[in-house]
Design a protein around this ligand. Structure first.
Ligand code: MZP
Length: 499
């Protein structure tokens, strides 16, 4: 038996000390570009992203819609593997098919549906327009479009059928499939319309929204592949990788990651070996999760493209209570980063680290990056956004989104939690099924978070992640100063509440 002398610490227990900030160190010059796959020290990684944020390999998080939004903003989503291979392949293909500015048709109702049903559908799906089709399916004959802007609950009865307020297809600006984004936008402006329907005969294919015109100008650092398609990553498991990996590679997945709560296993080493013997260095597979240098060395020696760090820190995770396994995220990262640096010294190869779980605040992301993480994987953070695939629900006047763990009884992700090949049943839950406060659009959330990380780096006098890590100085906060971290005044009520 061995008991390590150090205490297990979380990210929130550390603070960064400022370094000198010069005139050259301003947020606009901060470059958050990061490496996602291993490379020779001193060379550039062949897969880099401009925003070091990755979405978790979870059903409640990484839908194609979220993957598109995150790649547009320079990050990368990992489509989950707890689904049939064909379904996961379709998710990857949907991202690869995405054409900038075109929103694939996603929700439809029958002409007999009520205005209340549209309100609910819009709220749950986050879509801004609902297609009214003959048979109520997205692929049915298009009769019209309806959105929340077409009716008001004070003026129109919720039980009225959508036909009373929809814009009939004859009043909707349409263009045939194949129209360019430039032409679609020109049509929108010429016709003073807010939405254009791209149609294949009388079936809706996608929508172009005037409101997206400005949004798209914000995407200056999209994650795109050599064919200018958005990048997307995918989870795999240690059971059906021989079938799943070729299917995902065929669909165009840019990066794969073995999805498991515990990556220090012979099963992961075997998957890495199998993929390597099938594809050489042509397919990138990350592995994890680990929480110490030993686990890192094991996966790095097995040629993992990157290593994911964190056990038990997920916001939905109960692994520490259930199995007594895990480590505070800061202690885990510091230990693994030391091993990574020693590995680079020893072998001349740099293996990126992904910090996964245990990130509750934006400031924790900056701390994790300073501690040696190359990217941050987030579940709860993205689950809260409009773009996540789960339902938006209202409880006590507050909006929430559903969010459940892959170890919950709802997900029953056996491949992630059971190591042995025949582990079919989930014996006990390692995660919970709950709600997280709704946080609006991913674009706004990521813009705000990136601004905060940039501001932290400016205070620490760095304009690149490598320099930030190199020069970071941190202290552990005492219990007392920990309690004094937040504001100590009553938060001002809104103007109308003051009266
Ligand atoms: P968070 O961002 O919500 O704190 O954590 C997300 C991470 O928690 C995921 O990337 C994954 O590693 C982990 N996870 C997912 N499901 C569970 C569970 O049910 C879990 N226990 O721990």
């Amino acid at each position: 038996m061995e008991i390590l002398s150090e205490v297990s610490r979380t990210l929130g227990e550390y603070l960064l000390l400022p370094n000198e900030t010069t005139e050259k160190c301003v947020p606009e010059r901060v470059d958050l570009t990061t490496a996602l796959v291993r490379h020779r020290v001193g060379e550039t990684s062949s897969l880099r992203v401009a925003t070091p944020l990755l979405s978790a390999i979870m059903e409640a998080v990484s839908s194609p819609r979220l993957a598109i939004a995150l790649a547009q903003y320079g990050g990368l989503a990992f489509v989950h593997q707890n689904q049939p291979i064909e379904a996961q392949v379709e998710d990857v293909a949907a991202v690869k098919r995405h054409k900038a500015g075109f929103r694939p048709a996603s929700v439809a109702v029958k002409p007999t549906a009520t205005l209340d049903e549209v309100t609910r559908l819009v709220r749950e799906s986050g879509a801004e327009h609902v297609a009214v089709t003959e048979d109520g399916t997205v692929g049915g004959r298009l009769l019209g479009l309806i959105g929340p802007g077409d009716f008001h609950r004070d003026r129109h009865a919720g039980v009225d059928p959508v036909t009373t307020r929809m814009r009939g297809v004859e009043d909707v600006v349409t263009a045939p499939v194949g129209v360019s984004l430039g032409d679609a936008n020109a049509l929108l402006w010429d016709r003073r319309a807010d939405v254009l329907a791209v149609v294949d005969g009388d079936v809706l294919e996608s929508l172009v929204l005037r409101s997206d015109y400005d949004t798209h100008k914000r995407f200056r650092s999209e994650s795109i592949d050599g064919r200018k398609r958005l990048r997307v990553a995918a989870g795999i498991n240690t059971r059906d990788h021989r079938e799943r990996v070729p299917a995902l590679v065929g669909a165009g997945a840019d990066l794969l990651c073995i999805d498991s709560s515990d990556g220090y296993t012979v099963y992961q080493a075997r998957v890495l070996e199998d993929v390597r013997s099938a594809y050489g260095n042509g397919v990138y597979v990350g592995a994890g999760n680990v929480v110490d240098g030993r686990g890192f060395d094991y996966l790095a020696d097995a040629r993992a493209a990157f290593v994911k760090v964190g056990i038990g820190g997920g916001s939905i995770c109960t692994t520490r209570q259930q199995k007594g396994i895990g480590r505070g995220q800061a202690s885990a990262l510091l230990d693994v980063a030391r091993a990574r640096d020693a590995y680079a010294e020893r072998t001349g190869e740099y293996v990126p680290l992904v910090c996964d779980g245990g990130v509750l605040e934006d400031s924790h992301m900056a701390i994790a990056l300073a501690m040696g993480a190359d990217a941050i994987m987030l579940g709860r953070y993205f689950a809260r956004t409009t773009e996540s695939p789960t339902r938006r629900v209202r409880v006590g006047g507050q909006d929430y989104k559903e969010y459940w763990g892959e170890g919950s009884m709802r997900a029953r992700n056996t491949a992630r939690y059971e190591h042995h090949e025949d582990g079919e049943a989930v014996a006990f839950a390692e995660g919970v099924d709950g709600l997280v406060p709704y946080a609006g659009s991913l674009y706004d959330a990521v813009a705000m978070t990136s601004a905060k990380i940039r501001a932290t780096m400016v205070s620490c006098g760095s304009t690149s992640l490598a320099a930030f890590r190199e020069s970071a100085r941190m202290v552990v906060v005492s219990e007392q100063s920990f309690r004094q971290t937040g504001a100590e005044v009553m938060v001002r009520p809104s103007a109308d509440a003051i009266g």
